[in-house]
Every structure is written in structure tokens, then in C-alpha cells.
Design a protein around this ligand. Structure first.
Ligand code: G1P
Ligand code: ZN
Length: 543
């Protein structure tokens, strides 16, 4: 094998965001762009020599090409072995599991998650460390530093590898093992859940619709739900991963999974609806006529996880990202277990999971997961719900009503203002930051601010500090608003406004969420001078 050392120059802006490096696909396809980032990653971890990695992606446009490049670069950098999904496919949770199962030195996951795919859409690369989780900030900083100092990358001169068949092959002295992307993940799920009980549930006529949104979870859901658990053929729809996800956003929320939503809200819906995102780590849960917010889903899962085999001895704790509602804190309090609040992004859960401090984690952005891997896991959440329903023999609506009657309801919604000029978004946040201390005691739209701060996090395990993680405003009457800028966008800025209003157990829990949140919405818009700064009166996306 001949190794080429290609001269290069640092490329601006290769700073990993909330979840790896995400850019327009054409940017990634530009000369040296992917190569620089991959070389910087290898350099940042002390080189790839004699190391093993998992490589795979969600199948979006450029996935296959990028994988060929990565394999050739790994070989040139001296890696000893790569485990790659057949045809380059691996869901993010399956990749995380494989890193752990085979004790590799990490993995490269190719995806821009729920962002659309295609030559004019988005692409991304993320490095996960040997615990299976997204690289922590120390590592992403080191990668970024390397991108700014790079002057060459190494790549093997070789033809493309055939990744279409399971088996072993070689590139120079590097072994490449092509594996079935589903099998190991399926075994893991079987070890966590009572598949017999779920099988009985389906056999009793309970029906489900899983919308894979033309993304990577199609093959996983088909094999597990229809294949192993006996859900009727056709329960999993849009199950073939497409390079452009059929032109939509593979984002499991009521906006982008509206076909599923319409079906579930129609008079004639299945008992249970679910969807997952581009790379399979997010989930959406819908019952007949009722949408479950991700924050509520986390709380319900925390309260009921002991009903599933893998969690029958209980949870050590629950963690949620700061903007996620307090619903799971209430469960943790009742269970007498730790509840942790971390900045946005799955990487912050890694240390807590590794240290055994928490068992379940979740984010308001449709991510839920547990200590079985170090990523959020869409299909896992669906299976845990099914396991709970199979034991409780209640509908999704009944489980939720019971939950609210016990703990109260945290009405919750996220309002996104997209494609705001970056300087405008920064000024709004800056202005708000400068007024934080004065806000306390002031009223907006009749709501009095009881406290306000900017979230900063000290990791209790490694002591690292992450500052400026979002502005929190609490109002009298148990309401809260959080404002932060997205770290995953590829154009302009997205301002996320997270709204929350608690209604205690004895209150009415059947209000429409947007109506229940209207006062806090108006107060927050007023308080942050939304219209003055952005000219916007309404969000682009409400979830
Ligand atoms: C978004 C979500 C966040 C999630 C991330 C990766 O990040 O809000 O919860 O971890 O995508 O899936 P953001 O764009 O808000 O930085
Ligand atoms: Zn994702």
C-alpha cells in the first residue's frame, strides 16, 4: 500500500458544535475539507497507529464517499482495524454500542442527524471516544486546535473497497470488518426488554406505526418490530434509507413527522405511533390522539423503567439537559434518586453515565437514552415504551393521565426562530445578559420574574466547567423560559425559546399546551425584546 502525504492548509471554521462538525454537504465535498478534519481528529487523539475504530453513517448523500476516504486515511495513519457497517450504514446508537462491544479506540459517525440530506443540504462528522459517547469538550477543542495547525494529511493510494458484503478485507495491514449493522444492536435490545411480553401485546391486536422517515432506523425497526416481535408487516413505514430522506427533514417531531401525527390524531389511528431521525438517535412517541412531549416521555420512562428487564433493579439517577422540563426531576424526587441538570448536548451525560450516577438521560429535543450505550437511542425509547405498555396494559393516554395525576403536568414547548442574522441573535443574547440582574422583580405581560441567570455547568466527575449555556428566567407561578442559540445549525443563527408552565396534580391537565403557555410566551418575547431585535413576532418552528 502506498501512502500519500498531501500538503494542506488549515481551513477556517472546523470547530465541532453541539454534535460534531456539521456543514453544508458541498462544503464537506470541497478539496481537503473532510480530510483535514479527519486528520485533525487522528492527531488530536495521539494518532491512529495500532488503533481500532468503528465507522459508519446514516446513509445520506456523501456518506459512501466519505467512508472510503476515512478508510484510506485510517490505513495511512496506521490504524490496525476498522469495523464498518455494511454499505457504510450504522445508526448512531448502533455505532456507540459497537465501540463499547468491541472495545475500540473510538468511532467516526457520519451524519447531520435530523438535518436534511442531499448535495445542497447538510453533512456531518462526529468523533466518539472509547466509551461510545460523543467526544467531550476537551477532545473537540483539541481537534479544533489541530485543524488550525494542520499542514498535511495522509491517505492510502488505493481503489474503493467493496463494503456491500459482510466479511473481512484488508487495506495494507489494516483489517476491515464489514458487519451487519443491525444484528448486535438487536441482541442488545433483546437483553434489555421483555420481548415475550411485547410479542404478546402485538398478538393481542395492539397495533403500531413506526415512521422511519426514509432514514437509518428503517432496517433496525423492520428487523426488531416486524421481524422479531411480530408486529404486522407494514407497521414500519418509510423504511428504506434514502440519500435525501425523500426530500424531507428526518426530524421526529409534530412538524416534520406530520403524516404520522395526522394519522395518530385521526379517528382511526393505531394504538401507538413512533418515529426516529436521520441517524436513529431521536424519537417521537404518539398515542391515539395524544402527542407525548420528549420531556414527559423521559419522566414517564423514569417512573416506569423498572417494569423492563434491564432496569428492574431501579435507576441510580436521571439526568436531563437544562432546557428540558422539570417533569423528570419530580419523578427522581419521589424515587429518592439523583436528578442532574446538564448543558444541551449528549456529550455532557457521558461522565455521569460512566460514573454510574445516572441510568436514564434525556433532552427536550426528542433524545432519550440510558447507560446501555453512550448516545441517545430512538428505537430503545420506543421499545421501552412498548415494554411498559405491555406490562401496564393501558393506552398511552391513560399512562400520561395517571402520570400527571401523580406528579402534576409540566406544559412545555420549544419555539425556534430560524435563520436570524448571527449578529442580531448575538446582540439579543448579549442585551439580555447585560440586564439579567435587573430582571428580578420586574413584570412582563403581567408575569413577575422571580429569578434569572445564565446557566454554567461544573461537571461533577471531572470538574470541567462549561459557561454560557443558556439564559434561564423563572416567573412567579411556576413558569420558566430558557433562551439559547443553537449549536447545530449550518446557516445564520437559530434562537431557541423553551417555555414551561407547571400545573400541580389537582389542576386541569387537559389544556392545549400552546394555550397553557401563552402568558409565559408573551412575557418572554416582551422581556427579550424579540420584535425589536429580530423583527419577528412568531417562531418558525413550534415543537
Ligand atoms: C440540538 C438539540 C440538542 C441535541 C443536539 C444534537 O442542539 O437542541 O438537544 O443534543 O441538537 O442532536 P442545538 O441545535 O440546540 O445546539
Ligand atoms: Zn440524531
Amino acid at each position: 500500500m502506498k501512502i500519500q502525504t498531501i500538503a494542506t492548509r488549515p481551513i477556517e471554521g472546523q470547530k465541532p458544535g453541539t454534535s460534531g462538525l456539521r456543514k453544508k454537504t458541498r462544503v464537506f465535498m470541497g478539496p481537503g475539507y473532510l480530510e483535514n478534519f479527519v486528520q485533525a481528529t487522528f492527531n488530536a487523539i495521539g494518532g491512529a497507529k495500532n488503533k481500532t475504530f468503528v465507522v459508519g453513517g446514516d446513509g445520506r448523500f456523501f456518506n459512501a464517499r466519505a467512508i472510503q476516504t476515512i478508510l484510506k486515511m485510517a490505513a495511512a495513519n496506521g490504524a490496525s482495524k476498522i469495523i464498518v457497517g455494511r454499505n457504510g450504514l450504522l445508526s448512531t446508537p448502533a455505532a456507540s454500542h459497537l465501540i463499547r462491544l468491541h472495545k475500540t479506540d473510538g468511532g467516526l459517525i457520519l451524519s447531520a442527524s435530523h438535518n436534511p440530506g442531499g448535495i445542497d443540504q447538510d453533512f456531518g462528522v462526529k468523533f466518539n471516544t472509547s466509551n461510545g459517547g460523543p467526544a467531550p469538550e476537551g477532545v473537540t477543542e483539541a481537534i479544533y486546535d489541530q485543524t488550525r495547525a494542520l499542514d498535511s494529511f495522509d491517505i492510502a493510494e488505493a481503489g474503493d473497497l467493496d463494503l456491500s458484503k459482510v466479511g473481512e478485507t484488508e487495506l495494507g495491514s489494516m483489517k476491515i470488518r464489514v458487519i451487519d449493522p443491525v444484528a448486535d444492536y438487536q441482541d442488545l435490545m433483546a437483553s434489555l426488554f421483555d420481548f415475550d411480553k411485547i410479542r404478546e401485546l402485538f398478538a393481542s391486536g395492539f397495533n403500531v406505526r413506526f415512521d422511519a422517515l426514509h432514514a437509518v432506523t428503517g432496517p433496525y425497526a423492520k428487523a426488531i418490530l416486524e421481524g422479531e416481535l411480530g408486529a404486522p408487516k407494514g407497521s414500519v413505514v418509510n423504511a428504506v434509507p434514502l440519500k435525501d430522506f425523500g426530500g424531507g427533514h428526518p426530524d421526529p417531531n409534530p412538524v416534520w413527522a406530520h403524516e404520522l401525527m395526522d394519522l395518530m390524531m385521526s379517528g382511526d389511528s393505531p394504538d401507538f405511533g413512533a418515529a426516529s431521525d436521520g441517524d436513529g438517535d431521536r424519537n417521537m412517541i404518539v398515542g391515539r390522539g395524544i402527542y407525548v412531549t420528549p420531556s414527559d416521555s423521559l419522566a414517564v420512562l423514569a417512573a416506569n423503567a423498572h417494569l423492563a428487564l434491564g432496569y428492574k433493579s431501579g435507576l441510580s439517577g436521571v439526568a436531563r439537559s437544562m432546557p428540558t422540563s422539570a417533569a423528570c426531576d419530580r419523578v427522581a424526587e419521589k424515587l429518592g434518586i439523583l436528578s442532574a441538570e446538564t448543558p444541551t448536548g449528549w456529550k455532557f451525560f457521558g461522565n455521569l453515565l460512566d460514573a454510574g450516577r445516572v441510568t436514564l438521560c434525556g433532552e427536550e429535543s426528542a433524545g432519550t437514552g440510558s447507560n446501555h450505550i453512550r448516545e441517545k437511542d430512538g428505537l430503545w425509547a420506543v421499545l421501552l415504551w412498548l415494554n411498559i405498555l405491555a406490562v401496564r396494559r393501558q393506552s398511552v393516554g391513560e399512562v400520561l393521565s395517571d402520570h400527571w395525576a401523580n406528579y402534576g403536568r409540566d406544559y412545555y414547548s420549544r419555539h425556534d426562530y430560524e435563520a436570524i442574522p448571527t449578529d442580531v441573535a448575538n446582540s439579543l443574547i448579549h442585551d439580555l445578559r447585560s440586564r439579567l440582574t435587573d430582571l428580578k422583580g420586574q413584570s412582563f405581560a403581567g408575569l413577575k420574574v422571580s429569578d434569572a441567570d445564565e446557566f454554567s455547568y461544573r461537571d461533577p466527575v471531572d470538574g470541567s466547567i462549561s459557561e454560557k449555556q443558556g439564559i434561564r428566567i423563572w416567573f412567579e407561578g411556576n413558569a420558566r423560559a430558557v433562551l439559547r442559540l443553537s449549536g447545530t445549525g449550518t446557516e445564520g443563527a437559530t434562537l431557541r425559546v423553551y417555555l414551561e408552565q407547571y400545573a400541580p396534580p389537582e389542576a386541569d391537565h387537559q389544556l392545549d399546551a400552546q394555550s397553557a403557555l401563552n402568558t409565559v410566551r408573551v412575557a418572554t418575547a416582551d422581556l427579550c425584546r424579540m420584535e425589536e431585535f429580530t423583527g419577528r413576532t412568531n417562531p418558525d418552528v413550534v415543537t
